[in-house]
Design a protein around this ligand. Sequence first.
Ligand SMILES: [Cu+2]
Length: 150
Amino acid sequence: MTERAVRRWLPASAALALALVATACGGGGGGGTVEVTLQEFAIAANPSSISAGEVTFETTNEGPNDPHELVVIRTDLAPDQLPTNPDGTVNEDGEGIEVLDEIEEFPVGETRSLTLDLEAGSYVLICNIYDEDEPEAHYQEGMRTAFTVE
Ligand SMILES: [Cu+2]
């Protein structure tokens, strides 16, 4: 925003206007976009850490064969130490983790996005699908990665 545009806002409330601008533009407001790739069997987040604020997970399923999902979990536990069910999936109501939100399972080749207001802390991104045909829990196969908000 130009200085002149900012001045027009001054009669209202300079502080409020600047806060709105920071949120709208993402400039100085933290957060940003993270590109997440899902595949058999791994999750990659780029970047793997970001500043606190509105974070958008642009998530692509690269397959090559399976539908996947993305679950965003707040936890201080290591990615491979989350509480699990007998079938190997993560117990989303388990101790030491808080499931914030998720992108439900979607097909290979597609991209979905999820925006969350994240505070500083440690997070883990997982795919919690259990494939009865194989049978296998994608989490156990390696679909988990650490993500940090600073
Ligand atoms: Cu999966």
